[in-house]
Write a protein that binds this ligand. Sequence first.
Ligand SMILES: [Zn+2]
Length: 270
Amino acid sequence: MKVIVSHDIDHITVWEHLFKDTILPKFMARMHIELINGKISLREYLLRWSDFFKNKWQNIDELITFNNIHKVPSSFFIAVSKGIGLNYSNQAALVWIEQMQKRGCELGVHGIAYVNKQSINDELQLFLKLSGQPQSGMRMHYVRNNENTFRYFDEVGYVYDSTENSFKNPYKIGRLWEFPFQIMDGWVIEEGQRWQTKTFEQAKDTTKRLIDKAHHEQLQYLGIDFHDRYFSHAFKTWVEWYMWTIDYCETQGLTFINFMGAVEELEGRN
Ligand SMILES: [Zn+2]
């Protein structure tokens, strides 16, 4: 089993949300509840305030550097249209697309459209134009999909998608490779709750169980989704969980690969 780590970029700055959506008031409420309940330390609380003043809600460079040290290929999904709680502009995305390309990352679309095939194609074409890439992969924001979504991804020409959450091996839909993924930061740490519910120890136990299950199901690839936004000491449990998870995979003798590397393996080109 090899590990495919990927990152969804949901935010670039703090102020991109101002008067545009309800992310900021919700986030403020959450950090106060977490502080009062002792879920986060005063240091994390203050660091979250300092992010506001720095107007920085991405940690892309820091995450790539960590990944490079651990021989984890950096694979990102970045959005080219606005969606639920996602409000950065194409210009802001382009700055990071160029930076990530310069640092040798694999880039795909963090998709918003999933119902209308034309809109799905528009996002792909816009991403190809902005990035200059000949092809792309995809992960849906909030992993949204319906019975047609993955077929549309194939029909518009995506090479791979990693939106499905299941303990299944990659499979083909037309020419598209679907890579089900098994572990997402928020599911392990928050279990779908609005504020942090799990301790670091509990998150570690859950992760070990999921990795055991992936071994048991004889998966070829283990998919881990970690949001760059949480690669910050303002989110201590999250950043520690990610660093621990990479270390745990290493101690288990697992190696890392990106999606296109896995596609080449699956197509027998390697
Ligand atoms: Zn997202």
